[in-house]
Design a protein around this ligand. Structure first.
Ligand code: FAD
Length: 407
């Protein structure tokens, strides 16, 4: 029997603790908050999208950073494993649009309750309101931890402290500091799954407008570096919504202010078809002002910005619009330009990109290659994925892989 300390009672920590304790180890979870699963509680808008019910290979397509590192772990502990685990633990689930899995109750707290039932069933002990400050290592072997309340001996320590996002839930980057203090490499942390700040000086009126079925693309020079189809939203700072969140994860290692974002407002129509469509509307409204001829094609709030970008006077009568002006309108409809300035701060990201360098970690069991008995799981690692339940599944799978490897 080994003395195992798990730092953090989030998704990965609760799973790691159960997996280690069911193997007969003595497991103590130390959590600085007053309770377990503070972040789980706010996931999926309080409903917790805990995984995505797809095969492991398809799952891995949704991993943005270090897919290869996660391949073995996700194949061993795929969504089907997690779904069975939850249901056997009394948590009934449902699958929604996009294969997203939620508790049938729509309550994120039921996910934490299920994990706590598992942990309690195998004797996991919890210490709340206690903050780990240091990991003690001698001769490259972990020997214990020091907290703000005392010192504990351990044969294994599993670091499940999360990243830097939503620090009010407890994830304040402590695990990264532990790694750095032990000479374990880390990769610079970046916000991921976050909004993008854009120059909105001329676009203030767009705030609150949400668009469906658009294609949002980011360009570095003439090269498209990220492109997503779906929904987006204009906000007070710039843009957000599903397509934009995904895009942020792909552009966060680039100089965002040097990119250009183009929104294809009519992605289903090629240039020729769209031009025919515009001509049809222009015929219908030939004696009206240009702004009034676009009401069937665009949401009202977008008409003025589109015409301004196309350098066309909104009051001009449609029958006097030139061919060049029509071509410019078409061009803007296929690529409404936005100037990104930055990503929103890391604290606002749904997840953190960057973290403990996976080159330092054994992908089979999440153990440090430098320090024996020291493990890193979940968001503290340099792994991140798109929205859809992927990030929690990564936390659960890596947590289980670590805990279960301690025999
Ligand atoms: C608003 C929001 C919504 C989200 N929705 C989803 C979703 O629906 N689906 C999905 O897949 N993902 C979602 N995510 C992402 C997902 O929640 C995280 O990726 C996941 O919770 C990471 O789990 P973790 O165990 O690695 O870290 P965390 O859940 O952050 O847990 C870390 C724990 O460690 C504790 N801790 C930290 N340092 C110390 C220390 N020094 N001593 C003691 N304890 C410490 C913290 O208090 C915390 O409890 C969402 C994230 C946010 C912010």
């Amino acid at each position: 029997m080994k003395r195992v300390i798990v730092i953090g009672a989030g998704a990965s920590g609760l799973m790691a603790a159960y997996a280690a304790a069911k193997n007969g180890n003595d497991v103590l979870v130390i959590e600085k908050n007053e309770k377990a699963g503070k972040k789980i509680y706010i996931t999926g808008k309080g409903r917790c999208n805990l995984t995505n019910d797809i095969a492991a290979d398809d799952f891995l397509e949704n991993v943005v950073s270090n897919r290869k590192f996660l391949t073995g772990c996700i194949h061993r502990y795929p969504p089907s494993w997690l779904i069975r685990f939850c249901e056997e633990g009394g948590l009934r689930l449902k699958t929604e649009r996009g294969d997203r899995v939620f508790p049938l109750s729509d309550k994120a707290s039921d996910v934490t309750a299920c994990l706590l039932r598992y942990a309690n069933s195998v004797g996991v002990r919890f210490q709340f309101h206690e903050k780990v400050e240091k990991i003690v290592v001698s001769d490259c072997i972990v020997s214990g931890i020091i907290t703000d309340k005392g010192r504990y001996e351990a044969d294994a320590v599993i670091v499940c402290t999360g990243g830097l996002s939503y620090p009010a839930t407890g994830s304040t980057g402590d695990g990264l500091r532990f790694a750095e203090s032990l000479g374990i490499g880390t990769v610079k942390c970046m916000p991921a799954l976050c909004g993008i700040v854009c120059d909105m000086r001329a676009l203030k009126d767009l705030q609150g407008l949400s668009l469906k079925n658009v294609r949002v693309s980011a360009y570095e020079g003439s090269k498209c570096v990220s492109s997503f189809f779906g929904e987006m939203l204009f906000t007070h700072f710039g843009i957000s919504g599903p397509t934009v969140l995904s895009m942020s994860s792909e552009i966060n290692r680039r100089p965002v202010e040097k990119l250009k974002i183009l929104i294809d407002l009519k992605p289903a129509l090629d240039d020729e078809t769209l031009d025919r469509r515009i001509l049809r509307d222009f015929d219908k409204y030939s004696n009206k002002q240009l702004a009034n001829a676009l009401i069937e094609l665009l949401p009202k709030k977008l008409i003025a910005p589109v015409l301004a970008s196309a350098r066309c006077a909104p009051g001009k009568l449609v029958h006097s619009v030139t061919k060049e002006e029509r071509a410019r309108i078409l061009q803007i409809l296929k690529g409404f330009p936005l100037q990104p300035i930055s990503l929103r701060p890391i604290e606002e990201g749904i997840v953190t990109a960057g973290g403990v360098d996976v080159g330092e970690i054994d992908p089979k069991n999440m153990q440090s290659k430098k320090v024996k008995g020291l493990y890193f799981c979940g968001e503290v690692l340099d792994v991140d994925a798109y929205t859809g339940g992927f990030n929690l599944q990564i936390a659960f799978s890596t947590g289980y892989a670590a805990g279960n490897s301690i025999l």
